[in-house]
Design a binder for this molecule. Structure first.
Ligand code: FAD
Ligand code: DHB
Length: 390
């Protein structure tokens, strides 16, 4: 089997890239370890920056997003009983975010790939890249018990944090930076009307809570929990009772509860691998970096990587110009580190840290009070939340 670009991983990064390349006349094959049903069943991020939305439009996959996505011009930060609305639109000269779930994004991108007869090989096992330091790399994998080989010009690692691509880079060619937080997020999806039209990020002495949504009758809530928490330990009653406690009373009073459709725990981590290239292997999205979800940057960073990488590959194929490929890692990392900083800052402001009980708590409160009183501080939050320019 042969193609121009071999892509490992069929999440949002791989899907967006293969679609944008296809539309520019460049062939690709995507190898995904899981089944299509598994990939489409995952519930993850929910907030899209304008840059992400623009890529969906360029990919020809934005029809449902334009119809069902909700434009949000503000976001709320609560601290115990105090609540502050950050006027995203007013503070950023008209920029907004869109609430539209990653599950739907993935569905739309698979539909767009299928409509163009894009080649996606799912349930591809033991995917392994080879020859990355030469100019004829290839991938080996097993499909339905048979060993297969895919020859290509480039290998793109879009296979998430636990994927294979980053692990084949020799240790002396890769530097990693990591912070693991001593807590996770317990997420619940419920067929209930959202407690608020806009998102509420809430800091409480018992821990962080987030009120998000997917639609007029579909809510997504998160609670800070232990990193190794078992979601089965949380009955629906326990979850709702705890959420009510951790929200300002005026919000809690409006909370409509119902059975959880999904309940899962995600650990919190900051991670960056540098550089994002080794020979003919390029990393994109979670394969190269992770942010804690506070600030909703994970999925959006995958999109900016794909923006830089797709135009670099198009320049190479159309004009023989390798400048974009050579500068890809540096350009992507410049934006990634700013989003890492913002996500770390939001996480530090809003969570309960076990080691923080005295001084750290007072600093958090001072940070929030400053945010309440300073338009400059609100503007800094707003411009990062809507997404820094590509
Ligand atoms: P992924 O979506 O991880 O896709 C990688 C794909 O590669 C997967 O389909 C995987 O099956 C496949 N793969 C892995 N290994 C191999 C292999 N060896 N061979 C072939 N295929 C392979 N972000 C937010 O902003 N807000 C959130 O609330 C949020 N919640 C999250 C919850 C969880 C549990 C996780 C893991 C992430 C969450 N994120 C969140 C982050 C966001 O979902 C990711 O940033 C986004 O999915 C990145 O897309 P990606 O395509 O780079 O990676
Ligand atoms: C959602 C997730 C996030 O991490 C976030 O910051 C905002 C919203 C969500 O799943 O809706």
């Amino acid at each position: 089997m042969q193609t121009q670009v071999g892509i490992i991983g069929g999440g949002p990064s791989g899907l967006l890239l293969s679609q944008l390349l296809h539309l520019a006349g460049i062939s690709s094959v995507m190898l995904e370890r899981r089944s299509r049903a598994y990939v489409l069943g995952r519930i993850r991020a929910g907030v899209l920056e304008q840059g992400f939305q623009d890529l969906m439009r360029r990919a020809g996959a934005a029809q449902r997003m334009e119809r069902d996505g909700q434009v949000h011009g503000g976001v709320n930060i609560a601290y115990q009983e105090d609540r502050l609305r950050i006027d995203l639109e007013g503070l950023t000269g008209g920029k907004t975010v869109m609430v539209y779930g990653q599950t739907e994004v993935t569905r739309d991108l698979y539909a767009a790939r299928d409509a163009l007869d894009g080649v996606v090989i799912d349930e591809a096992e033991q995917v392994m890249p080879h020859g990355l330091e030469g100019d004829r790399p290839y991938l080996t994998f097993v499909k339905d018990g048979a060993a297969e080989r895919l020859d290509c010009d480039f290998v793109i690692g879009c296979d998430g944090f636990h994927g294979v691509s980053r692990s084949v880079i020799p240790a002396d060619r890769l530097q990693s930076f990591e912070r693991v937080y001593p807590f996770g997020w317990l997420g619940v999806l419920s067929a209930t009307p959202p407690v608020n039209e806009e998102l509420i990020y809430a800091r409480h002495d018992l821990g962080f809570a987030l009120c998000s949504l997917r639609g007029p009758q579909l809510s997504r809530y998160y609670l800070q929990c232990r990193a190794d928490e078992n979601p089965d330990n949380w009955s629906d009653e326990r979850f709702w009772a705890r959420l009510k406690t951790q929200l300002p009373a005026e919000v809690a009073a409006r909370l409509v509860t119902g059975p959880a459709l999904e309940k899962s725990v995600a650990p919190l981590r900051s991670f960056v691998a540098e550089p994002m290239r080794w020979g003919r292997l390029f990393l994109a999205g979670d394969a190269a970096h992770i942010v804690p979800p506070t600030g909703a940057k994970g999925l959006n960073l995958a999109a900016s990587d794909i923006h830089y990488l797709s135009s670099a590959l198009i320049d190479w194929y159309k004009r023989g110009d390798s400048a974009g490929l050579d500068s890809y890692s540096a350009r992507a990392l410049a934006r990634i580190w700013k989003a890492e900083r913002f996500s770390w800052w939001m996480t530090a402001l809003l969570h309960r840290f076990p080691e923080n009980e005295g001084f750290g708590n007072r600093i958090q409160r001072a940070e929030f009070d400053y945010l309440m009183s300073s338009k400059a501080a609100q503007t800094a939050l707003a411009e990062n939340y809507v997404g820094l320019p590509y």
